[in-house]
Write a protein that binds this ligand. Structure first.
Ligand SMILES: NC(=O)c1ccc[n+]([C@@H]2O[C@H](COP(=O)([O-])OP(=O)(O)OC[C@H]3O[C@@H](n4cnc5c(N)ncnc54)[C@H](OP(=O)(O)O)[C@@H]3O)[C@@H](O)[C@H]2O)c1
Length: 252
């Protein structure tokens, strides 16, 4: 049997770690040529070599997912590199970061940067990828949201608001482009063990205690498997939203 994504070109942002890294490896396994983006170039180069070693194709493009010019360069390089040229089939908009604390306690000095990456950068890539896909009357945009982008929590209120924003934009985009053959999906993870918790500033001890009752947390692969599944569905089937949690996570 052929691989489900053979012949497709995919962008994955935030591919140097965690969920994005697992998604890039999984889409490459499924036959896609993947363009991987993040700020840490060495990590991307290592991942591209790993994908090539597994028989796949990868292009590493270092850049900041919160900077529109970097995203435009990412798209230009992708279109030039894609087999046959000028082609973007899949955009996985995953780059993002958390922020520990609620509306009262989170570090306000980090609010702007968080919105620049999680919201404005994601919006720019949604728009540009959407425009390209509408022209070709096909394509998939997958946005990585969060369960706190649906069920807000007092423990991550500001971060959660950024995921409400991307979830809303993704659904609005879906309604705008669905008649043009373009699918849009929001994947909302529960707690995944990755670098996310450290970057967000959670103390390992307090965080561990507060979620001990969730049992085994998700590995990034659980989210990658969900993304691969929805991309492999027939083109007339759009799973527009999916939540993937550890079984023991009751909230949010
Ligand atoms: N882990 C969770 O529990 C969880 C739950 C729900 C949703 N999510 C969402 O899942 C996504 C991935 O998170 P993760 O768990 O995989 O965290 P992670 O291990 O910290 O990975 C985050 C990735 O995003 C990249 N990134 C962050 N800021 C960036 C920027 N300005 N420009 C380019 N790349 C940037 C990082 O790369 P560089 O640092 O190299 O740039 C890294 O590759 C995020 O959107 C997060 O909000 C995570």
């Amino acid at each position: 049997m052929g691989k489900p994504l053979t012949g497709k070109t995919a962008i994955v942002t935030g591919a140097s770690s965690g969920i994005g890294r697992a998604v890039a490896l999984t889409l490459a396994r499924d036959g896609a040529a993947v363009v991987i983006q993040a700020r840490r170039r060495e990590r991307l180069d290592e991942l591209a070599a790993e994908i090539a070693g597994l028989g796949g194709a990868a292009l590493a493009v270092a850049g900041d997912a919160g900077v529109p010019a970097d995203l435009d360069a990412l798209l230009e390089k992708t279109l030039a590199w894609s087999a046959g040229g000028g082609k973007l089939d899949i955009a996985v908009i995953n780059a993002g970061r958390g922020l520990a604390g609620g509306m009262l306690g989170s570090d306000e000095a980090q609010w702007q940067e968080l919105y620049q990456t999680n919201v404005l950068g994601a919006a720019h890539l949604m728009r540009r990828a959407g425009q390209l896909m509408v022209q070709r009357q096909r394509g998939d945009i997958v946005v990585v949201g969060s369960v706190v982008g649906r069920n807000i929590s007092p423990f991550s209120g500001f971060y959660g608001s950024s995921k409400f924003a991307v979830g809303a934009m993704a659904e609005a985009l879906r309604q705008e482009v669905c008649a043009k053959g373009v699918r849009v999906s929001t994947v909302m993870p529960g707690i995944v063990a990755s670098e996310f918790q450290q970057v967000a500033g959670y103390s390992a001890e307090n965080f561990g205690k507060s979620i001990a009752h969730f049992g085994q947390l998700l590995e990034p692969q659980a989210i990658a498997d969900g993304v691969a599944w929805l991309l492999a569905l027939p083109p007339h089937v759009n799973v527009s939203e999916i939540m993937i949690r550890p079984t023991g996570q009751n909230y949010p």
